[in-house]
Design a protein around this ligand. Structure first.
Ligand code: CTP
Ligand code: MG
Length: 378
């Protein structure tokens, strides 16, 4: 029978990330729009068997950690080595079981957490390992790989056993692995199956590898806009100035096509609409070039780790004829969104002289934007 002991996740994130280089320590670098550290934090926080999460951070990193994790996170200041950081974190742990995890392993499968916790019913410690598949060499000579495994985290322990291992550890000896510390002091430690998702981000190229492990979901949203046609106005459509006897009127440059695309993009991340971000009542947008609205929306998508997959625009008007201007519009929209032109479609239709577009009182535009977004909680 599984007991219901209180279980704490202890995430160590107090390292300097020296091997990863970069101006920002690796645990705060954005991965899929989220600081690296937050990925593991959320994985433990939402796991039903985890009762609390304690995060060990570097001295002076509190503001950075709060920005990454929010105000509710329990933070402890770490030490000069990983071992010291774990020891300091342990002092703040109140669970009878503790799972120690490297922040540098952002993706934590719930099944691994389950396996580690289940193993603690019978053992004092449990840690995930992966078999080594590649041939290993040392100084060019093959090292037999039977019996070798790659050690991962989270590593689970009866909390008092891990505390005792840290308390009894010689201060002048380094250790980077809690399971080995417990084992050395005679604790019963077992292995469970690890997961390639748990690979550590250590070197600069590991960020790219971690990106490829992100799961994405597809989002599509539509946008629609209308502006009035009037004599004496410029006609901006799709970021292109088009010669015509009338132009569109509005508060900004009234580029109905860019407005529809902007709304479609904002829709994919449920970020309101163009008026939410650029109120028509605000004089600073008078005559504004609509390309900046589009770039702003694209920036918001990028901030969330999203990628624009496709833009499909339909202009609805009798005149001017859109066909001759289609290549220029595609090129300009693609340029504004930093997309290849193949990911932008521009179409047009009349309404058979029916309605306000048919009477050439105005031009309407509708757009569909499709993006890929790092998978969101359901
Ligand atoms: N860690 C820690 N306190 C330290 C050193 C490391 O909490 N004094 C944490 C790191 O933040 C990381 C985990 O231990 O989540 C594993 O360490 P590692 O991957 O080596 O990270 P860094 O020590 O930050 O990187 P590097 O060794 O390249 O400097
Ligand atoms: Mg290190």
């Amino acid at each position: 029978m599984t007991d219901r002991l209180r279980t704490t996740a202890l995430i160590v994130a107090a390292g300097s990330g020296s091997r990863a280089g970069g101006a920002v320590p690796k645990q705060y670098v954005l991965l899929g729009g989220k600081p690296l550290l937050r990925w593991a934090y959320e994985a433990f926080a939402r796991h039903p068997a985890i009762d609390e999460v304690v995060v060990v951070i570097g001295a002076g990193a509190e503001a950075q950690a709060r920005a990454a994790l929010g105000d509710g996170a329990r933070l402890v200041t770490g030490g000069a080595s990983r071992r010291e950081s774990v020891a300091r974190g342990l002092a703040a742990v109140d669970g009878a079981r503790v799972l120690v995890h490297d922040a540098a392993r952002p993706f934590v499968p719930a099944a691994v957490i389950d396996r580690v916790i289940a193993a603690l019913d019978e053992a004092e410690g449990a840690y995930p390992v992966l078999a080594v598949a590649d041939t290993l060499v040392r100084d060019g000579a093959v090292v037999p790989r039977d019996g070798l495994a790659r050690v991962q985290t989270p590593q689970g322990f009866r909390t008092e056993v891990l505390r005792a291992a840290h308390a009894g550890w010689p201060a002048d000896e380094e250790a980077t692995d809690d399971a080995q510390m417990v084992r050395r002091l005679g604790g019963r430690v077992v292995l469970v199956q690890g997961d390639a998702m748990l690979d550590k981000v250590t070197h600069p190229q590991d960020f790219a590898a971690a990106e490829t492990r992100l799961a994405f979901e597809t989002r599509s949203a539509s946008g629609f806009d209308v502006h009035r046609l009037e004599a004496g106005e410029d006609l901006w459509l799709g970021g292109v100035l088009i010669p015509h006897d009338k132009g569109l009127s509005g508060h900004s440059d009234a580029d109905v096509a860019l407005h529809a695309i902007t709304d479609a993009l904002l829709g994919t991340i449920a970020a309101g609409d163009i008026g939410t971000h650029f109120p028509p009542s605000d004089p600073q947008w008078r005559g504004a070039e609509s390309g900046q609205f589009l770039r702003h929306a694209a920036g918001l998508v990028a901030e969330q780790g999203g990628r624009i997959d496709f833009i499909d625009l339909t202009l609805i008007c009798e005149a001017p004829k859109i066909g001759p201007h289609r290549p220029a519009m595609r090129a300009r929209i693609a340029e504004l969104l930093a997309l290849p032109e193949g990911r932008v479609s521009v179409k047009a239709t009349t309404t058979e002289r029916l309605g306000f577009t048919g009477r050439e009182e105005g031009i309407a535009a509708q757009a569909v934007a499709t993006i890929s977004l790092p998978e969101q909680p359901r």
